[in-house]
Design a protein around this ligand. Structure first.
Ligand code: FAD
Ligand code: DLZ
Ligand code: SF4
Length: 513
């Protein structure tokens, strides 16, 4: 026995100051980083996501070794690999002669539950430390939520602004307003194009991880090439700096816009680095605030960006741990349709969906409005089973971990939680997509048509969704207008909508039987 601790660090805990590494003894303790099939296949993650995580784990092992720590790095190709985190912890304890385990609370309920049984299963003390890389502790979130009927993000966000002092002048919001979202919904004017971005050419470490993934997970969704994401902290920080200098100034204005051939727009594309621990949320927000205070970016852009991180990101995590495990099983609208194949193949004449899926396949990324108002909105109004939709979102995005994916999908996109998060379902017809994008001009369907084979499917699915859920949604004041319109429709028109939606949903395999 070397009387030291095994310091387990998971693939999304790649931060030198993560709780499990605090007070580490560089002589007696050993850090474990284990690449295992169990984590790579509990959903069929996108190939680029797995390569990104494996390469970032390998780069982090180099970083820790350079800092003088003992690192036990288990590669996915290691013949002795047991392919589960628990198996690798047990093997490391035995082979390294260690007596206890220290780790940081993980980001998913399934693994957290498993870890809570490890002390008994491994016959060794397992210390699980809170993950304090977040601004709001889970206790603080629970206290904020306590006794509230509705958990609106905006109120939580204001608390986070006060707690961090970000964009505050004394106890008042900078510029006099908390939220500048009303300025952030512009359509992209003709001729305006997003700025160029910094991509990182894959180094040897990344190339090796890509080759391992190509050999081991050939049937997983997604392309490995081209690979331009950072896997090292310094590269992620360089990308964040160029975002703040060149892209952040336009972040707010066209935040909701979708343009063919422009996957990134003015978005930061930093979520994957934040979520695996290569970037720190508070430091990033302080750098964004400095850009505004020094006149390098407008307030609507900086406030919008900071709100996404200290507001939405923190709120999603708080809600996830507050409501799990029941939250995952909620299906308030009783949706039970199958996920159509085109979520994987992009083989659909609906130009907006084909484009979002193609980009997702290529980059393991799509921006928020594509996730919410294209693939998410379609799944909502088509009535697809939330469990299938969640598996898809958890698989296909490089930034997807259940603590953030589930509440976004289940609560924000699908209204499966019946309104714990959102005050109404984000259901929209083709008109919304037409207003915010250039997709409809290139589509086989006609967004202006409401009936007939050429009519945009979002149009009849939207009204079919309202009709199917009329009773469930009738008490919602924010839906008073569309429900009144629905009630004014003739029985013939309602029957026509139901028949068109049914025909279409059967043709794509959402409804069977
Ligand atoms: P930006 O638009 O540049 O925003 C800046 C940062 O704010 C992001 O990097 C992210 O950290 C944070 N952020 C923005 N919106 C949200 C949000 N709604 N929830 C939490 N953080 C937010 N985000 C994930 O990180 N992982 C997921 O698995 C995920 N799944 C989603 C599923 C659905 C159905 C929807 C509608 C949204 C999902 N989001 C998820 C939220 C959001 O779409 C992504 O965070 C964002 O698109 C990431 O791109 P970006 O870094 O360019 O974001
Ligand atoms: C997502 C992921 C993948 C693909 N592979 C690994 C892995 O091999 N080893 C590991 O420690 N973590 C991996 N992860 C991240 C975990 O799935 C993540 O830590 C949990 O889901 C909790 O958020
Ligand atoms: Fe999407 Fe309808 Fe527009 Fe086609 S017409 S791109 S299906 S919204």
């Amino acid at each position: 026995m070397r009387d030291g601790a095994l310091r387990l660090v998971l693939g999304d805990q790649l931060t030198p100051g993560v709780a499990a590494l605090r007070d580490i003894d560089p002589v007696r303790d050993v850090v474990l980083l284990a690449e295992v099939d169990g984590e790579a296949t509990y959903v069929r993650h996108h190939k680029k996501k797995i390569a990104f995580i494996f390469a970032a784990m390998r780069a982090f092992a180099d970083e820790l070794r350079a800092a003088g720590l003992n690192v036990r790095q288990v590669r996915i190709t290691d013949p002795a690999n047991t392919h589960s985190i628990a198996g690798e912890v047990a093997r490391a304890l035995a082979e390294e002669g260690l007596s206890r385990v220290v780790t940081t609370r993980c980001g998913e309920w399934r693994l957290d539950q498993e870890m809570r049984g490890w002390t008994a299963a491994l016959d060794a003390p397992v210390e699980i430390r809170e993950d304090d890389r977040f601004i709001c502790s889970l206790e603080r979130f629970a206290a904020w939520a306590d006794g509230r009927k509705q958990l609106r993000m905006e109120w939580f966000y204001r608390e986070m602004r006060r707690a961090t002092g970000l964009l505050m002048d004394g106890d008042q919001p900078a510029g006099g307003q908390w939220n500048y979202d009303a300025e952030n919904r512009k359509r992209l004017p003709a001729g305006v194009r997003p700025p160029a971005r910094l991509f990182i050419a894959p180094d040897e470490t990344t190339r090796a991880a890509m080759a391992d993934v190509a050999a081991r997970y050939p049937h997983h969704f997604g392309d490995l090439e081209p690979f331009g994401y950072a896997v090292r902290r310094a590269d992620a920080q360089a990308i964040a700096r160029t975002f703040i200098a060149d892209i952040l100034p336009g972040f707010g204005d066209w935040q909701d816009a979708i343009v063919h051939g422009e996957p990134w727009m003015w978005h930061s594309v930093l979520s994957m680095y934040l979520n695996v621990g290569l970037l720190e949320p508070l430091a990033l927000c302080r750098a964004a605030e400095a850009a505004w205070r020094e006149g390098r970016a407008p307030l609507n852009a900086v406030e919008g960006f900071i709100r996404q991180i200290i507001g939405w990101r923190e709120y999603m995590r708080g809600l996830y741990w507050l409501k799990m495990p029941d939250y995952a099983a909620l299906n308030a609208l009783g949706a039970d349709g199958r996920l159509p194949d085109f979520y994987w193949t992009a083989d659909t004449p609906m130009a907006c969906i084909a484009d979002a899926v193609r980009q997702t396949r290529e980059h393991a990324y799509a921006h928020h409005i594509q996730r919410l108002m294209v693939t998410g909105n379609f799944a909502l109004i088509a009535g697809i089973d939330p469990a299938e939709v969640n598996d898809w979102y958890l698989s296909v995005y490089a930034d997807a971990f259940e603590w953030v994916e589930l509440p976004n999908t289940h609560g924000m996109a699908l209204f499966a939680d019946g309104g714990i998060m959102a005050s109404k379902p984000y259901a929209a017809s083709g008109a919304y997509i037409d207003r915010m994008s250039d997709q409809c001009g290139a589509c086989t369907y006609d967004v202006k048509l409401k009936a007939g084979p050429k009519a945009c499917p979002f149009n009849h699915l939207y009204w079919d969704f309202m009709a199917r859920n009329e009773a469930r949604l009738s008490g919602n004041p924010r839906l008073a207008n569309p429900l009144a319109t629905l009630r004014r429709m003739s029985p013939e028109r309602r029957a026509e909508i139901a028949a068109a939606a049914d025909r279409f949903l059967r043709s794509i395999g959402v409804r069977t039987g």
